[in-house]
Design a protein around this ligand. Sequence first.
Ligand code: 3PG
Ligand code: MG
Length: 396
Amino acid sequence: MKTIDALGDLTGKKVLVRSDLNVPLDGTTITDDGRVRASVPTIQRLLDAGAAVIVTAHLGRPGGEPKPEYSLAPAAARLAELLGRPVTLAEDLVGESAQETVAALEPGQVAMLENVRYDARETSKADEEREALAAQLASFADAFVSDGFGVVHRKQASVYDVAKLLPAAAGLLVQKEVESLSRATTDPERPYAVVLGGSKVSDKLLVIENLLGKADRLLIGGGMVFTFLAAKGHDVGSSLLEADQIDKVKGYLQTAEDNGVEIVLPEDIEVASAFAADAEHRTVAASEIPDGWMGLDIGPEAGKAFAAKIADAKTIVWNGPMGVFEFDAFAAGTKAVAQAMIDADGFSVVGGGDSAAAVRRLGFDEAGFSHISTGGGASLELLEGKVLPGLSVLED
Ligand code: 3PG
Ligand code: MG
């Protein structure tokens, strides 16, 4: 992959940077600024090199038209705070406001274009529509730096097509993400343990299939575990269950046995009378979930067992919370996994999305992990072994 150095002397140049500033908002308040913080090193580096920086990014899925609740204004304000210099937000993406903002931009200054998904061409399946938008974006700059790791799995105008029109390179975040995730996925130091959670097994099918040929241990928790328990013949009460995936999961259990991959399922489950923070709850054996009760977390014994499987692993990858960590009563399993990864000496990677949010929200020190990804879907697709369009386009 080409890196910023390959772009040569950037003094006085305008550089278009694709960042992923898709942060969770409560109104206009950012509730987790991880992605904004992760975008700073590349922008700072380009400013230090004497460039003017034009940031393009998306927020949410506004559906191809301007909607004020999807404005990048909160992200622009937070970025300005972190950089300690103004960030001018254009009122549009490639219109009059953007053109004026970019024309007035001096070296050492930062501008941001409004939400790139206000333009339907950004996510269009038609190549020529994406290319037309990419050409307008490219006309603003002398070079392109791709740093939005969270979107490199998307074949979109500001991620993929624009990289073909300008001298292009990976930013520092994309570089670091790819290095960390490749170290964990291509030739992992063994034992290689993968912890999978999250609500749906159907979201993780490709990952599981790929890992059944790679990992030494697969630890399963979260809502998806109940489809595994059902595949083993257990009743799961009112827990989340994807009945149409049971046969597939039975096949996985068999493949795991054939390949010598250890699948670790929880021995106990924290069940609740309802899906609520203050629901009545208790610990039961995973094989004895009572009728009418739903599992909302792995149990305390499972937490210890998972920790033991993480402790001596040389590579640990984690994607998806173990339970409904947003409710205190059902956060213990997720906390146990996070703490075990921090305590382990192995190379520890947290996949993005919910597990990264969980780590921060539960107050763990991010420095305790080798790498916390900013990409949800993107890190998952790398774990699936896929080639990502936003990365392959940056190859020499
Ligand atoms: C994410 O939040 O995973 C990225 O920003 C990508 O967003 P998308 O799933 O809407 O493409
Ligand atoms: Mg550690």
